[in-house]
Design a protein around this ligand. Structure first.
Ligand code: 6PG
Length: 248
């Protein structure tokens, strides 16, 4: 489906949340095998929110994977202690990472609980030290979609959405009373594959708005995600409920 700037988008629709989650786990495994074969490592970004949780649980049982070659990053994080139930890294560890043999030194949570500015600076320095000289950054980035069109912690109208240089930005979320730290579009768009996971009827209107390129949607954070511009691929993994307003 063509959508702005020649982007080609692959929309994959699944019967339900379970099928969507299994497909996302299969994509992770397929891309990990390829990256480890080609480069000896797999650099993957995990998303926050509820949608990816079942995928994480399924990945926890995938014993065939060469976990010793996997390096884990996050799309964003709430600036709370790791044991806080809102922590994206805390949820991923509980559901997934505590059950697979990835070396702890290869798991890179965004540590911004004490200082969002320091946390984002440190994470930016880490990413630039790892990917600064390469044309591509991550092998796979999982992202979710908010009903307001946000993704990661790139919320409509925030400075983070307008970032063209920094790879990491901090955002104060008034309604949550906390800071968040997020990857920005420039670093996400340099990834080889970006996969949105969208489940449920509550996202149907926004999904239609974005995928049909409705006027005004170009300003939405999720529309900024365009790995095609760097030769990468963009997938939308959606379940039937989320896709209910899309043409077949
Ligand atoms: C976060 C996510 C955020 C999430 C969307 C969708 O930290 O909350 O990065 O962008 O992916 O809000 O959330 P759900 O999957 O819970 O609907």
């Amino acid at each position: 489906m063509p959508l702005g700037k020649g982007a080609v988008i692959e929309v994959c629709t699944y019967a339900d949340y379970e099928d969507l989650s299994r497909a996302a786990a299969d994509l992770f495994e397929r891309l990990a095998d390829k990256a480890i074969r080609d480069r000896g490592r797999f650099d993957v970004v995990l998303s926050g929110g509820h949608t990816p949780i079942r995928t994480y649980e399924l990945l926890a049982g995938r014993n065939r994977l060469d976990w010793g070659r996997v390096h884990v990053f996050w799309s964003d994080e709430r600036c709370v202690p790791p044991e806080d139930p809102r922590s994206n890294a805390g949820i991923a560890r509980k559901k997934f990472l505590d059950h697979v043999p990835i070396p702890p030194s290869q798991i890179h949570p965004i540590d911004c609980a004490t200082s969002p500015v320091e946390g984002s600076r440190r994470y930016e320095a880490l990413l630039r030290s790892l990917f600064g000289r390469d044309s591509h950054t991550f092998d796979l980035v999982f992202l979710g979609l908010g009903a307001d069109g946000h993704t990661a912690s790139l919320f409509p109208g925030t400075q983070a959405v307008r970032e063209t240089d920094r790879w990491i930005s901090e955002i104060y979320k008034e309604d949550e009373g906390i800071y968040r730290v997020s990857l920005t579009a420039p670093v996400i768009n340099r990834s080889s594959v970006v996969a949105f996971m969208v489940s449920g009827a509550s996202k149907a209107e926004m999904l239609r708005h974005i995928l049909t390129g409705q006027p005004g949607s170009e300003k939405l954070p999720a529309r900024l995600i365009d790995p095609n511009s760097y030769g990468g691929k963009l997938f939308w993994l959606v379940d039937k409920d989320a896709a209910i307003l899309l043409e077949s």
